[in-house]
Ligand binder design. Structure first.
Ligand SMILES: Cc1cc2nc3c(=O)[nH]c(=O)nc-3n(C[C@H](O)[C@H](O)[C@H](O)COP(=O)(O)O)c2cc1C
Length: 372
């Protein structure tokens, strides 16, 4: 079939915005951004129904057939026009239908995936150049003109809860050896396990966990990348929260792969295990049909991570967390589509090195400037 007869469809995953007098269009699924002009929108609107190039030429008769064809071909190259029925079109449609209640706001989730990170190998001077030339903002706020009330000193509690809360640190160095499967089980059950159920009038039986969840929808899932665990074969596992079991996935694992997942942060290759947090968005979306609920899903991973870090600390282990992730690589390895279920956050744990040495934090996770 010639190009003129191809059925084309505008990508649904598009957002346009103005910046410094220039109109930009971004496809948040492909994460490609293009300078454009208002005329382009006429073409994109025309192809909101599946149509052919041949039919577009008479519809835009104020322009020459050559210029209409050239503009359409450019839009095809840019994946702003998709071939009706192609895999790219199907993925675009899948996003549009499964995220419908949270679009366009939810485009933020997709456009911020797979952000490039500065390689660890860059010299520190090069890394520093990425920072703004202006000084860092003040670390603390003082409300001007407000009356100040002195507080009593916090009680010097000596029970294990307060000791644990105060002892939590991000670890980036790990001792050699294997952690126990019992500790893995404790981390999983305490952080992600179902602690019980409660009956509701409208929504039936709902689970509760140690972390709160908006509407008790519990969109979170967790996958265990076991690297150095005594009594558990290295591998990728899905945690079945309902019955506290691990289901082994066919994915191959290695310390190098663990580091790759965390945007090539080499120190995390020394970890015993990664805990890869994802969300099944529909669980929350089903009840909360406004884009704001996307925030709820993100907030919940923060709850999990803190519980995880505190539990690991209490167990004498060395926890860490990172949001610098290679999303698509992880999602492929987990066998999830990255649309209905997507990776959000990774926590990990290793054997502690004593005494704890804080490493220079955040030198790697800086985001490189975005090329357009
Ligand atoms: C959302 C989030 C993302 C983070 N990402 C990274 C990361 O990519 N690499 C890293 O080494 N630490 C990361 N950290 C850890 C912080 O650097 C660390 O919390 C901070 O330096 C304070 O140290 P502390 O956790 O020991 O109190 C992250 C922390 C949070 C909350």
């Amino acid at each position: 079939m010639g190009r003129a007869a191809l059925k084309l469809h505008s990508a649904s995953s598009q957002i346009a915005y103005w910046e410094a007098g220039q109109l930009w269009i971004v496809n948040f699924l492909t994460r490609r951004t293009f300078a454009t002009d208002p005329v382009t929108f006429e073409l994109l609107r025309y192809f909101c129904l599946p149509r052919t190039i041949a039919s577009a030429i008479p519809a835009f008769k104020t322009y020459s057939p050559e210029s209409v064809t050239a503009a359409i071909l450019q839009l095809i190259d840019a994946q702003l026009l998709l071939e009706h029925g192609s895999p790219e079109w199907r993925r675009d449609q899948f996003l549009a239908s499964s995220w419908k209640p949270w679009l366009p706001e939810g485009g933020f989730h997709f456009v911020t995936k797979d952000t490039p990170f500065i390689p660890e190998s860059w010299p520190i001077e090069e890394k520093m150049k990425v920072l703004p030339a202006t000084p860092a903002p003040r670390q603390f706020k003082t409300a001007r003109g407000a009356r100040v009330v002195r507080l009593p000193a916090a009680r010097a509690e000596r029970d294990s809860f307060f000791e644990t809360v105060h002892a939590r640190r991000t670890h980036r160095q790990f001792a050699k050896g294997k952690m126990s499967l019992e500790d893995i089980a404790t981390l999983l059950q305490t952080t992600w396990g179902v602690q019980g159920y409660f009956e509701t009038n409208v929504f039936g039986k709902l689970p509760f966990k140690t972390s709160p969840s908006g509407g008790a929808r519990h969109p979170g899932e967790v996958y265990l990348m076991a690297l150095r665990v005594a009594g558990l074969a290295p591998g990728m596992y899905h945690y079945q929260a309902k019955d506290h079991r691990l289901a082994r996935l066919p994915t191959k694992v290695s310390p190098r792969r663990a580091s790759a997942y965390c945007a090539d942060q080499l120190y995390f290759a020394g970890a015993s295990a990664l805990f890869i947090m994802t969300a099944v968005f529909a669980r929350t979306m089903w009840k909360y049909g406004r884009g704001r609920a996307y925030r709820v899903v993100l907030l919940e991973t923060g709850h999990f991570c803190q519980t995880f870090c505190l539990t690991a600390t209490r167990l004498g282990l060395a926890p860490f967390s990172t949001a610098a992730l290679k999303d698509t690589l992880i999602e492929k390895d987990l066998g999830i589509d990255g649309i209905s279920e997507s990776v959000l956050y990774v926590a990990g744990v290793g054997l502690a090195v004593r005494p704890y040495e804080p490493a220079l934090a955040g030198s790697v996770g800086q985001v490189a400037p975005q090329p357009r």
